[in-house]
Every structure is written in C-alpha cells, then in structure tokens.
Design a protein around this ligand. Sequence first.
Ligand SMILES: NC(=O)c1ccc[n+]([C@@H]2O[C@H](COP(=O)([O-])OP(=O)(O)OC[C@H]3O[C@@H](n4cnc5c(N)ncnc54)[C@H](OP(=O)(O)O)[C@@H]3O)[C@@H](O)[C@H]2O)c1
Length: 216
Amino acid sequence: MAKTILIVGASRGIGLGLAKEFKSRGWDVIGTERDRSDELHGLDGVRIETMDVTKPETFTDFDTELDAVIVNAGITGAEHQDAAKATADEVAHVMMTNAFGPAHLAKVILPKIKDGGTLAMMTSLMGSIEDSSGGYDLYRTSKCAQNMLAKGIAEQNANSRGIAVLSLHPGWVQTDMGGPNAKITVEESAKGLAEVIEQADGGYRYLDYSGKELAF
Ligand SMILES: NC(=O)c1ccc[n+]([C@@H]2O[C@H](COP(=O)([O-])OP(=O)(O)OC[C@H]3O[C@@H](n4cnc5c(N)ncnc54)[C@H](OP(=O)(O)O)[C@@H]3O)[C@@H](O)[C@H]2O)c1
C-alpha cells in the first residue's frame, strides 16, 4: 500500500516541488494551500486541503493516517529584518508563521502520524546560532525558535512512539523566497529532502537536503 504524506504549504516553491517529488516516488500526497494554486491543482491525484499555519481553526481533522508530514510553510518577515526597527506586530507575524504556528499544527497532527513515521519541519541554516554571522534578525530568530520547538516535540511527544522529527534546511533554493541567484533548483532540493525523509529512523536531527548534520 502506498505511503501517505501531508505537505503543509504546497502552493508554490519547495512545497510544490516536494508534492511532485513524492508523487513520482509513489506516495499518496496531500498538499495544502491558502488560496487556490493552479499548479498544485494541476498535479494528478493530489488531495488538496486549505490550511493557514497561523489559524488553528483551519487545521484539518484528518480521517487518514499519515506516514509523514512536512510543515514547509514559511515567510521571510518584514523587509527591514532589523531587531531595532521591528514592531510587535512584525515579530508576532514572523514568529507565528515560522515557529509557533508550525509547532501548534505539528502537535495537533501528531496523533494522525503512524508510530514509526516522520515529522519534518522546514527550518533554515539561518536558524543556526553556530553558523550565524548576524543580520536577518527576524527570519533567523524565528527559525532558531522553530528548531527549539521541534526538539521539544521530539523529546516530549514523538520519539516515544518511534516518530522521527527532522528540522530540515532545504539549501539555498531558486524560489520566490530564495531568489533567482540561489544555488540550487527546486527539483534538486526536493529530491534531496525526499531521500532524507525516506531514510529517517527515529530521534531528532537537524539536517540539510543532502543529509548533512548541521550545528545548532
Ligand atoms: N528558498 C530558500 O532558499 C530557503 C532556504 C532556507 C529555508 N527555506 C524555507 O523553506 C520553506 C519554503 O520556502 P520557499 O523558498 O519555497 O518559499 P516560497 O516560495 O515563498 O513559498 C512559501 C510557501 O509557504 C506558504 N505559506 C506562507 N505563509 C503561510 C501560512 N501562514 N500558512 C500556510 N502556508 C503558508 C506559501 O503559501 P502561499 O502561496 O499561500 O503564500 C508557500 O506555499 C520555508 O519555510 C522557508 O523558510 C527556504
């Protein structure tokens, strides 16, 4: 029987690429959008749900058991990115979208993930304190917070059921967020991420799309 994966934030960019990649690997794919994505609707046999990670009332109550979930949704945050300029609303928006919303959704969806399954959270190398050279204050701190929340879910809720929790860095990818000068294509990133997810076996790891371990 085909395995089932839920990809949250599959309307475009890496999430859409992951939907195509997992489909081509024979998985049943459920993809989410906020507004209608013609590209997502153009994929054959993909089940589509509407969800916003900042709005718990939109979290679908799935009737299906899931083998894997990828919470891919994310934003850069206010253009200035500067802690000295950030308003409370800007901080709340980036933190809810990149850290607390994804963690809330992960906790709600966890009971639907099969024992031994995988929960992947899309983070960034920019969330690594060890790697940071500063700048991008809003984005970096939100992804750093997401890593903390993901490890908490692994330790407290997931690992005891054999569910692997992965904080994944997709590489610097040619998307609306990554821009045209990014180093790798969506297809390269999605292929690598799919391999990492298919090989996950319990525990909590912070990895990039090639399976390389990253420092916190
Ligand atoms: N591109 C890179 O180089 C790079 C590097 C490191 C990490 N990442 C991470 O990888 C993930 C995907 O990035 P991307 O480059 O594909 O970005 P993107 O092209 O800007 O796509 C972002 C995706 O997230 C969705 N999204 C945004 N806010 C959401 C919300 N509140 N609820 C649900 N979905 C929401 C978007 O949906 P809409 O279409 O509705 O806006 C879209 O599907 C992000 O978490 C990002 O931080 C990207």
